[in-house]
Write a protein that binds this ligand. Structure first.
Ligand SMILES: Cc1cc2nc3c(=O)[nH]c(=O)nc-3n(C[C@H](O)[C@H](O)[C@H](O)COP(=O)(O)OP(=O)(O)OC[C@H]3O[C@@H](n4cnc5c(N)ncnc54)[C@H](O)[C@@H]3O)c2cc1C
Length: 576
């Protein structure tokens, strides 16, 4: 079956929906999602969305600009960051006017809370900058945008698993997908395609990410021979529930929660005396891991405590109700009465599909565009987060750059018209054959086993701390898993809701880009932001103040680099 639309957007998170809303004012837009739209991971975001509105205390766009650059360990592109912090104000007010139920100050303004790395007066101390809706911020924004898209007649294709992009002569022609409910393979023919396919935390054993966050968009792009940028930078969030990885939002520390080791110390005093628990995530995660590694984990285990008790029941119920609820349900701990055991959890991917500030995908990571192909949100790398993202800047990125990509698509269609270039049948067929081929592989390997081994090795050897020996072992392991993957067996041969098949397709993607994460980490011989090499503990601006661009040619990874865009803030030593 071939479906036709002017605009096809893959992904129904904040990035995809914000772009869809923009484009649907002028054109016929389809949103394709492997999940029901409001189940996208954006809906799990708890803590907030940044904007220097200054509703509660003095704040400035320039302070937000500086914090984001410094937070990125100076790898963020400052032209893109400038768009992020400037557009934050209209982006939030637009959401407010659409009816997003933000939490309010007593006088009725959007309320704001503190978050890691966001400071007043260029680093003096934490500032109230994160707009929030209790601890359900992502959920509220996602539902607001979904309502607006429905109102604008955006056509949704839910439970469609996208497998490939179809590109010929450097022009996007459409996508292929597996319609899980209908039980068939479909091609979509479109003039413009946008990816908002989200993150890839599921490459790691302990992660805050939903099961669907398998980085499919990256796998698709790699297979199409396009470049990926800065994949080595994977953020570990400091506070995942011990053993589960479920996120306890930084909003908790923003409201005043403490981090405590087995000796009862607020150990952040040693690592970030000014910002304490509200230091950026890379630093806080490393501090926690160091406490654990040096034997000050709680009862010698791989965790420390996050203590909310002094906040009191009323504040916890008002500001952090979800956290209280899932702690009670899942680990049987009531944060009003007991501290929560936590450990760093794989959370966010700073790298992704290289795009320019207008959301146009760059085939070579630098300047060569793929006509009609766009990306925004966590799957993309624009790069506003550089080597380390500040909390609440990601929802903001998805909304701001989703909006920008939507506008670019409209401009493109206005200029070029909606007539589509041909959809090459041979490429569509090759894509369908590839999916069907998974079912006929003859071997005994299990998808679940390979995935588990991948997540384990990524966690232990490519985590908060990295070094050459472990990374080499991890690379070898990932490559051996890729070999074993060729011999998988899929028991379900049917067409309807074949989750055996989709899990195999997801694992294929996980393996492909995991190799780039490990190899990128090995290649980058320095410590910057979320990438910490024990064997190269210093940031090296002379050799490594640059973005990594990676492509896979004939199964081999090739590296290239591009300079960081620096406009206003020169790299400095990073102290908190
Ligand atoms: C637990 C948690 C809490 C967070 N809290 C915050 C916070 O408070 N503030 C903040 O700024 N950031 C937060 N983040 C990060 C932030 O939520 C995400 O980076 C952001 O929401 C990503 O939005 P997105 O639109 O790019 O992708 P997502 O919301 O992840 O959406 C991805 C979409 O792509 C679709 N998709 C993927 N692959 C395919 C495929 N093969 N075929 C079809 N569809 C596909 C999915 O169905 C989904 O609709 C949090 C993240 C997590 C995990």
């Amino acid at each position: 079956m071939i479906i036709k639309h002017d605009v096809v957007i893959v992904g129904a998170g904040l990035a995809g929906l914000r772009a869809a809303l923009e484009a649907s004012r002028n054109y016929d837009v389809a949103v394709v999602s492997k999940l029901f739209p409001t189940r996208s991971h954006s809906g799990a975001a708890q803590g907030g969305i940044a904007a220097s509105l200054g509703n509660v205390e003095e704040d400035h766009i320039d302070w937000h600009f500086f914090d984001t650059v410094k937070g990125s360990d100076y790898l963020g592109d400052q032209d893109a960051i400038e768009y992020l912090v400037n557009d934050a104000h209209p982006a939030i007010y637009e959401l407010e006017h659409m009816g997003c139920p933000f939490s309010r100050t007593p006088e009725g303004k959007i309320n704001q809370r503190k978050f890691g790395g966001h400071t007043k007066n260029y680093g003096e101390g934490p500032v109230l900058r994160a707009c929030f809706a209790a601890d359900r911020t992502g959920h509220m924004i996602l539902h607001t945008l979904y309502d607006q898209c429905v109102k604008n007649n955006v056509r949704f294709y839910s439970e469609f698993y996208v497998t490939d992009i179809i590109v010929k002569d450097n022009i996007i022609r459409g996508i292929t997908a597996y319609d899980m409910e209908g039980g068939e393979y479909v091609a979509m023919h479109a003039k413009t395609v946008m990816f908002g396919t989200g993150g890839y935390g599921r490459a790691f054993k302990i992660t805050s990410n939903a099961h669907a966050n398998t980085g499919d968009g990256l796998g698709v792009v790699l297979r199409a021979g396009l470049a990926l940028e800065d994949l080595e930078f994977v953020q570990f969030h400091p506070t995942g529930v011990y053993k589960y990885g479920i996120l306890v939002s930084e909003g908790a520390r923003g409201e005043g929660a403490y981090l405590i080791n087995n000796d009862g110390e607020r150990f952040m005093e040693k690592y970030a005396p000014k910002l304490m628990e509200l230091a950026p995530r890379d630093l806080t995660s490393r501090s926690i891991q160091t406490e654990i590694d040096e034997g000050r984990g709680i009862n010698g285990e791989n965790c420390v405590h996050l203590d909310l008790r002094h906040l009191g029941e009323a504040k916890i119920n008002e500001r952090l109700p979800e956290i209280r609820s899932f702690c009670r349900k899942i680990i049987g701990i009531d944060p009003v009465e007991e501290p929560i055991p936590i450990e760093p959890t794989a959370h966010y991917s700073m790298g992704g599909i290289p795009v320019n500030v207008d959301g146009e995908v760059l085939a070579d990571g630098k300047s060569q565009k793929v006509e009609g192909f766009y990306a925004a949100g966590e799957c993309s790398c624009v790069s506003v987060h550089g080597a380390n993202r500040l909390g609440t800047n990601s929802l903001l990125e998805a909304v701001v750059f989703g909006r920008r990509a939507g506008k670019t698509m409209v401009k493109f269609l206005n200029a070029k018209g909606v007539d589509k270039a041909d959809l090459p049948e041979d490429q569509v067929k090759a894509s369908f054959d590839r999916i069907e081929g998974f079912k006929t592989r003859t071997g005994e390997e299990k998808v679940g086993t390979i995935r588990k081994e991948l997540q384990q090795v990524m966690m232990t050897k490519v985590g908060v701390y990295r070094e050459e020996k472990g990374l080499k072992e991890a690379l070898e392991k990932v490559r051996s898993l890729e070999k074993r993957f060729e011999k998988i067996k899929i028991d379900d041969k049917g067409m309807k809701f074949n989750t055996d098949l989709t899990e195999a397709l997801e694992l294929d993607n996980l393996l492909q880009f995991a190799e780039l994460i490990v190899s990128g980490a090995l290649n980058r011989q320095e410590s910057r932001g979320a990438q910490y090499r024990r064997d190269f503990p210093k940031r090296d601006d002379v050799n490594w103040l640059k973005h990594t661009i990676a492509v896979k040619k004939d199964g081999k990874i090739q590296y290239d680099y591009k300079p960081v865009v620096i406009t206003k803030f020169q790299p400095q030593e990073r102290k908190y």
